[in-house]
Design a protein around this ligand. Structure first.
Ligand code: PEP
Ligand code: MG
Length: 575
């Protein structure tokens, strides 16, 4: 049966392929009694679930061998395999069913709790942390019992055209799925500027989120059309619709190829104003795309992605190598490394901190200052890499001057330790701050006295100004970059920085949205940083813009308080 689903398109383009479903993350366990004569049948059901998971592990193991999974997977698989076959899990759960005549799910949950209590009492931190692995294995068995498909590597039948359909994906999940080369991502929940969406855009594949029931309605292997521009999914389309979308797909491809001609063209407006177009990256492996985009620098290296999907923290040497790779490959062009912005929706794998409001909690610079040793390691690694090119340090989520002072002090301390060890670094490395919190935007003058440059994180600035959780699908419709308060605030930041003659850029998603290009140019922005795939499109708009023509309308928009009028004026500005 063919049907259509509507969501939010977060990464543009059209993909046509086959669905591959992941299992839902949270599983509920109910309790019921089993008649005495059915107990052996219930134990058999449990044994079958063990076997199913065993087969899943074997399939995953095969995928590591064929090189489509991450290398760390092997060690993790081995451990999970051991847990699955441990009698304290298998025999003990069977005993609970036999003694209490209860259902297998309940028995398994009881035994899991007993094991976790034992783990809590262990002194050895490493062993204690293995309780997460027990939880993950038990979750897999539960999924098998409840009939949910566990994670399987894509079937060979549709290799090369898989579309991942998930209830939800964390940014870390997407990074983990990266090597599987899905051609599109779909999720039930999510929003335009969630980090999941940002990573999907950086992978440059069509993605639609907030589809609500996609994971329930779409079946494994269904043929799907994903229209990332319109946020539409067509499930099992007929031949005519397929032909129509194939045509659109080739038209989009043609447009993309045309833009390639601009790759080495300088980004200059018609009146001769030079604009810097930089790229946002998550990992050094994104550099290939950056080179394709013709970016003249890295405006935002989200360094926290080096910390995700792993059991340990990257040490100084590993971080140094990553930063050095980026700066040497950028060949003299500026590279802005943001210190780790962990917390909120980007957490360390075994993070036990669950805040009531994580976006307002111990995130970004707040976390760095509360973990001085971890921060020191990163600062030393960045400073060491600064010897190899033009590196700048960017501090995320500043809300007050004390945070700047403390950070400066820690940077000085890191420099001092390097000097003591005769290790070279750029003594004049520039230090900038992200303006993402209204308090920072409103007390900018003092920030400007302390910092060398600013970068506006519009994703968070919108979240914190409008009090809209950027990852909450329920309020996604209220996340409004056109809000008069947002436009006024951004113009204030840019104009104040320009007056103070301090460089200012935008590295939030607004920088890569063509609806805002002319407005931002009109306000006085000359540095944009965005996901690489969008850079040539933005350059195309810049090449066709004449600042003196834009100014009057741009200034009118800043002074407008009616949302409808802002839309009308923006349409006029962009026509
Ligand atoms: C932002 O908030 O706009 C930004 C660029 O940072 P991130 O999206 O990583 O929070
Ligand atoms: Mg941010």
């Amino acid at each position: 049966m063919s049907f259509i689903l509507h969501g939010i398109g977060v990464s543009s383009g059209i993909a046509i392929g086959h669905a591959h479903l992941t299992a839902p993350a949270a599983l509920e366990v109910v309790h019921y009694l089993i008649p005495k004569n059915q107990v052996s049948k219930e134990i058999k059901r449990l044994n079958q679930a063990f076997e199913t998971v065993q087969k899943e592990f074997e399939a995953l193991h095969a995928s590591t061998k064929s090189g489509i999974a991450l290398p760390e997977f092997s060690a993790f698989l081995e451990l999970h395999h051991m847990i699955l076959n441990d009698p304290t899990l298998t025999d003990a759960t069977r005993d609970i069913i036999a003694q209490n005549h209860c259902n297998a799910e309940w028995a398994l949950a009881q035994q899991k709790n007993a094991l976790l209590t034992q783990f809590e009492a262990i002194d050895d931190t490493y062993l204690r942390e293995r309780k997460t692995d027990v939880e993950q294995v038990v979750e897999r068995i539960l999924k098998a019992l409840l009939g949910h498909p566990g994670y399987r590597p894509p079937s060979a039948k549709h290799l090369g055209d898989h579309i991942l359909v998930a209830h939800d994906l964390s940014p870390a999940d997407i990074m983990q799925y990266k090597p599987h080369q899905f051609i599109a991502f779909l999720t039930d929940i999510g929003s335009l500027t969630s980090h999941t969406a940002i990573v999907a855009r950086s992978l440059n594949i069509p993605s639609v989120v907030a589809l609500h029931y996609a994971h329930q309605l779409i079946l494994e292997g269904d043929t799907l059309i994903v229209d990332g521009n319109q946020g539409v999914i067509i499930v099992n389309p007929d031949k005519y619709v397929l032909d129509e979308y194939r045509l659109r797909q080739s038209q989009l491809e043609l447009e993309k190829q045309k833009l390639q001609r601009l790759k080495s063209v300088k980004a200059v407006t018609l009146d001769g104003t030079k604009i810097d177009l930089h790229a946002n990256i998550e990992l050094p492996s994104d550099l290939e795309q950056v080179k394709e985009s013709g970016a003249t620098g890295i405006g935002l290296f989200r360094s926290e992605f080096l910390f995700l999907n792993r059991d340990n923290l990257p040490d100084e040497e590993e971080q140094f190598e990553a930063y050095r790779t980026v700066v040497t490959q950028m060949n003299g062009m500026p590279v802005t490394i943001r210190t780790f912005d962990l917390g909120a929706d980007k957490n360390l794998k075994h993070s036990s901190q669950i805040a009531a409001n994580p976006a307002l909690g111990l995130r970004a610079i707040r976390l760095s200052l509360s973990e001085p040793q971890m921060f020191h390691t990163q600062l030393r690694a960045i400073l060491r890499a600064s010897k190899y090119g033009q590196i700048k340090i960017l501090i995320p989520m500043l809300s007050n001057v004390a945070e700047i002072n403390q950070t400066m002090h820690l940077i000085e301390h890191a420099k001092h330790t390097l000097r003591d060890e005769n290790i070279d670094y750029d003594e004049h490395i520039q230090i900038g701050g992200m303006i993402e919190i209204p308090a920072a935007a409103l007390s900018l003058e003092i920030f400007l006295q302390k910092l060398d440059f600013l970068s506006i994180g519009t994703n968070d600035l919108i979240q914190y100004t409008l009090a809209i959780d950027r990852v909450d699908d329920n309020v996604a419709h209220l996340y409004d970059p056109f809000h008069p308060a947002i436009i006024w605030l951004i113009s204030r930041i840019i104009q104040t920085a320009n007056r103070a003659k301090k460089p200012v850029s935008i590295c939030g998603e607004m920088a890569g949205d063509t609806q805002f290009t002319r407005l931002l140019l009109g306000i006085g922005l000359t540095q944009f940083s965005m996901y690489p795939a969008q850079l040539l499109n933005i350059k195309n708009h810049i090449l066709q813009s004449n600042l003196p023509d834009i100014w009057p309308l741009a200034h009118k928009i800043i002074r407008t308080s009616s949302p409808e009028k802002i839309h009308t004026l923006l349409t006029k500005l962009n026509s």
